[in-house]
Ligand binder design. Structure first.
Ligand code: NAD
Ligand code: UDP
Ligand code: UDP
Length: 313
């Protein structure tokens, strides 16, 4: 990966870890972000790196730069953030993908799309393999994100078929770790912040719905491996940790780790909230020789100490 690497959404949670890893292994990194959900604080520690460059830019507008690799991460990722301005969310996914694909086509760059387990919707097949087409509501409150990401995958595969672009598509399952936004409404950040503040832990619905949580360092390793696979290996490929937990189990773990006496309270389950989610990572294991290494307790411990430090709790 000797060329200049563009990371869109580079000031976000996952993007900032990716920029850091790329710089640490000697790459020239261009971070592009409009700071909608990301923050300069996530990348402040990288600003003195000679090979790091930051550009404030919205990917729904054309971008003319010269790069050899593109990681396309720009898109709000938490339900609270992507539902704040749903039209902009679809524009970011779809217009953003078109612009980054147009850029990749012009400069003949390899391009990787950060897709999502949300393409499977509320799944009837469990765990979810890449061959499953999903069950997504096209007109619900999650659709701006789910359908936007599905359309971005379509665009990636049409640029591959029509223009022979060198594409890679990863489907990321719930990822957590330091630099998650404390107010993004995601379950891990919510539970940790609530436990640290001694506030009630908000369980949506009965709390028996499941998710599988991947620590950010594991995810970034998988992304880098996917980017370096041979041309023609496009994915889509699932990246996530198959360890599956109910939200009640997650709440108990967080309470124990924080040593908090917060009470659990139940709130209404949001519309179209998937019942269950677990990645089938057979393909990633065989093709990338990759599997997550960090278990949920260890990852949560790191994340708790991050929130303690940054929120002064
Ligand atoms: P995040 O919100 O922290 O990061 C997204 C970044 O994109 C932010 O820095 C934001 O400011 C930037 N951005 C948003 N719209 C933009 C635009 N129009 N132009 C330029 N920049 C823009 O979220 P994250 O968790 O780091 O997610 C990164 C990517 O991974 C997203 O594409 C998301 O869909 C995908 N993903 C994340 C998860 C997860 O669990 N964290 C799961 C599946 C997929
Ligand atoms: N684009 C860009 N940077 C580039 C080249 C293209 O942002 O370096 C955008 C451009 O705005 C265009 C889109 O990518 O609308 C798709 O480009 P493509 O060449 O596929 O199609 P076009 O619309 O130019 O025929
Ligand atoms: N959730 C919850 N309490 C919260 C936030 C979320 O019980 O304070 C639930 C939510 O309903 C969902 C799960 O946790 O079933 C994961 O939610 P998140 O927003 O983190 O991710 P996604 O639904 O996109 O997987």
């Amino acid at each position: 990966m000797s060329d200049k690497v563009l990371v869109t959404g580079g000031a976000g949670f996952i993007g900032s870890h990716l920029c850091e890893r790329l710089l640490r292994s000697g790459h020239d990194v261009l971070c592009v972000d409009n700071y909608f959900t990301g923050t300069k604080r996530n990348i402040t520690h990288l600003l003195n790196e000679p090979l790091f460059e930051v550009m404030r830019h919205d990917v729904t507008f054309p971008l003319y730069v010269e790069v050899g690799r593109i990681f396309n991460l720009a898109c709000p990722a938490s339900p609270v953030h992507y539902q704040f301005d749903p039209v902009q969310t679809t524009k970011t996914s779809v217009h953003g993908a078109i612009n980054m694909l147009g850029l990749a086509k012009r400069v003949k760059a390899r391009i990787l799309q950060a897709s999502t387990s949300e393409v499977y919707g509320d799944p009837e097949i469990h765990p979810q393999p890449e061959s499953y087409w999903g069950r997504v509501n096209p007109v619900g409150i999650r659709s701006c994100y789910d359908e936007g990401k599905r359309c971005a995958e379509t665009l990636f595969f049409d640029y591959y078929r029509q223009h022979q672009l060198d594409i890679k598509v990863i489907r990321i399952f719930n990822t957590y770790g330091p630099r998650m936004h404390p107010n993004d409404g995601r379950v891990v950040s919510n539970f940790i912040v609530q436990a640290l503040r001694g506030e009630d832990i908000t369980i949506y619905g009965d709390g028996t719905q499941t998710r599988s949580f991947c620590y950010v360092d594991d995810l970034v390793e998988g992304m880098l491996r996917m980017m370096e696979t041979e041309k023609g290996f496009t994915g889509p490929i699932n990246l996530g940790n198959p360890g599956e937990f109910t939200m009640l189990e997650l709440a108990e773990k967080v309470l124990a780790l924080v040593g908090s006496k917060s009470k659990l309270v139940h709130k209404p389950l949001p519309q179209d909230d998937p019942r269950q989610r677990q990645p089938d990572i057979t393909l990633a294991k065989s093709k990338l020789e990759w599997a997550p290494k960090v278990n949920l307790d260890d990852g949560l411990r790191e994340t708790v100490s991050y929130f303690r430090r940054t929120l002064g709790l």
